[in-house]
Ligand binder design. Structure first.
Ligand code: SAH
Length: 279
């Protein structure tokens, strides 16, 4: 029986609430794994296995794969489709609500993440792994095309935002391939792309928490200047900020979206030295 048949015979109803858009195309599944550089040395965490099509391909290439699935209605389908796959374990639990320590108890050391994610959990999930662990080597995830473009955006791009800067602080990010909506069952209203996030330890040396607060503040009110946003959120007078910006050769009227990651790092270092803290 084919994998898609398991969906039909079990009378499975796709649940929009869980962002269920499955992939059955063997060539696409294979391409995602090849892109992700998964080898037999790799432990892999998968979020949202659905009918287990991607899970099976990951298991073929990896040492082992542990998948978290929120929808227990998929249990009979996953059991059927993953029958005989020895190095796969499925846990029925909300990946967002499961603690990192519980997730990581499945693995001995570092691991990679591969997922065709539901769109609504993309950003919180990325931040969860970016902020709470250093054991993830790479994240290869299918995301909505617009989100992918936001993740790789650089200073000055129209879709440059706080997530672009924060991700660039911790990782190298690239789009590996575009995936049209017709490749999914059922087809969603948007196109997708596979994004690769490669974590780089100590890519920038500064106070990471303070850096994130500064970036968040800089983008909090896009129409305000950087100096305005920072002076409000950090209770510093604007003149002090102007002087800092001058020292860094940044125009005092600059807005957050014109600054590079490196410039945000420089600002963070100065704030840290002067012990400037957020409200
Ligand atoms: N990876 C599969 C399915 C993708 S659809 C494929 O490529 O075919 C997204 C999957 O994520 C669905 O199975 C959905 O039930 C699951 N999901 C949604 N929210 C989740 C969450 N918070 N934690 C774990 N799984 C989730």
């Amino acid at each position: 029986m084919s994998e898609i048949d398991a969906i039909k015979t079990n009378n499975f109803k796709f649940n929009k609430k869980f962002g269920q858009n499955f992939i059955f195309d063997k060539n696409l599944l294979k391409a995602i794994i090849e892109d992700s550089n998964i080898t037999k040395d790799d432990d892999v965490l998968e979020i949202g296995p659905g009918a287990g099509t991607l899970t099976k391909v990951i298991a073929n290439s990896a040492k082992k794969v542990v998948s978290y699935e929120i929808d227990s209605n998929l249990k009979p389908i996953l059991e059927q489709n993953l029958q005989g796959v020895q190095n796969s374990k499925v846990i029925f639990s909300d990946a967002l609500k499961t603690s990192i320590s519980e997730i990581e108890s499945n693995f001995e050391g570092e691991y990679k993440i591969v997922a065709n994610l539901p769109y609504y959990i993309t950003t919180p999930l990325i931040f969860k792994f970016v902020q709470e662990t250093t054991r993830v080597k790479t994240m290869s995830i299918m995301v909505q095309k617009e989100v992918g473009e936001r993740l790789i955006a650089k200073a000055g791009d129209s879709d440059y935002g706080s997530i672009s800067v924060v991700l660039d602080f911790y990782a190298n990010v690239k789009i590996l391939r575009n995936v049209p909506r017709r490749m999914f069952v059922p087809a969603p209203n948007v196109d997708s792309c596979v994004v690769q996030i490669e974590f780089v330890k100590n890519k920038h040396e500064c106070n990471a928490k303070l850096f994130e607060k500064i970036v968040k503040s800089a983008f909090a009110n896009r129409r305000k200047t950087l100096a305005n946003n920072l002076s409000i959120d950090f209770c510093v007078n604007k003149q002090t900020i102007y002087e800092m910006l001058k020292e860094l050769n940044i125009n005092e009227q600059a807005r957050g979206d014109s600054l590079t990651t490196k410039q945000f790092v420089e600002i963070t270092k100065i704030f840290d030295k002067k012990s400037i803290k957020s409200k």
